[in-house]
Design a protein around this ligand. Structure first.
Ligand code: KIV
Length: 281
């Protein structure tokens, strides 16, 4: 099947024309311009990410971890993903918005996969879906694409399969697994995926995949040679403190800033310092 890319500007729910399209992402790769992607799950943070000029917002199923406090991404439901995606869509003006299909919504049954993808697109008005896996989910990828829904692939560390692998360690270090990953990546491109996320694999393999594929390859712990990078917003802002993989660069320490603000507020309330005369009616 031929790749099908959105060539035209996307319409926001308020009828505003958004700038980023899957076609533009392809052009960025062709001219060697790196793609910046971040997760967002709510209106306020998505507005700030949009204002900063991000290319892609991922409404990731990492919401299960950072928003809901689950240990894995498995418990999040389609309804919850749609809720997060709708909140993000109310905020965005420019970036492409991709929504993770949650665990259980596309594996093993391609008919169910396409109806779930259609539901996500209809109810959230996002631009694309992302699904984890290679050959084993190819039928679902093809069916979703045949409904006209752009699909982003995800290989390497695939958190929805954590119980199969049993560890969040670096993937595809051995030759056999690396060769399979490359074959899966080619199969996803041939099926028509518009981009691919590679998570936690050696940089040399990330380079090889990015050089082999025409579609943009976006890494999280996949080294510097890929076509773009993605991070989980709460991790890069330093809101989370327990999670410190080598690939994570923290751009702020919001945990400490928030903690200090909350403590100061509690102190002020208890000391009858808040509200003061100017802060009341
Ligand atoms: O859910 C998520 O945040 C993701 C990224 C880690 C790529 O899939």
């Amino acid at each position: 099947m031929q790749s099908q890319f959105i060539k035209y500007n996307n319409m926001s729910s308020e009828g505003k024309v958004r700038v980023m399209t899957t076609h533009r992402l392809l052009e960025m790769k062709e001219r060697g311009e790196k793609i910046a992607m971040l997760t967002a799950y709510d209106y306020t943070s998505a507005s700030i990410v949009d204002e900063a000029g991000i290319d892609i917002i991922l409404v990731g199923d990492s919401a299960a971890n950072v928003m809901a406090g689950h240990e894995t991404t498995l418990p999040i439901t389609i309804d919850q993903m749609i809720y997060h995606a709708q909140s993000v869509m109310r905020a965005v003006k420019n970036p492409l918005v991709v929504v993770d299909m949650p665990f259980g919504s596309y594996q093993g049954n391609s008919k169910m996969a396409v109806s779930n993808a259609i539901r996500i697109m209809k109810e959230s008005e996002a631009d694309a879906v992302k699904i984890e896996g290679g050959m084993e989910i190819l039928e679902s990828v093809e069916r979703i694409l045949s409904a006209g829904i752009p699909v982003m692939g995800h290989l390497g560390l695939t958190p929805q399969s954590i119980h199969k692998f049993g560890t969040y360690a670096v993937r595809a270090k051995e030759e056999e697994e690396a060769a399979k990953l490359l074959q899966d990546a080619i199969a996803l491109e041939n099926a028509g995926c518009f981009a691919l996320v590679l998570e936690k694999i050696p940089a040399s393999l990330g380079k090889k995949v990015a050089e082999t594929l025409k579609i943009p390859v976006i890494g999280i712990g996949a080294g510097k040679y890929v076509d773009g990078q993605v991070l989980v917003m709460h991790d890069m802002l330093g809101l989370t403190t327990q999670f410190s993989p080598r690939f994570l660069r923290r751009y702020a320490n919001l945990h400490d800033i928030c903690l200090e603000a909350f403590r100061q507020y509690i102190h002020d309330v208890k000391a009858c310092d808040f509200p003061n005369d100017n802060e009341q009616y």
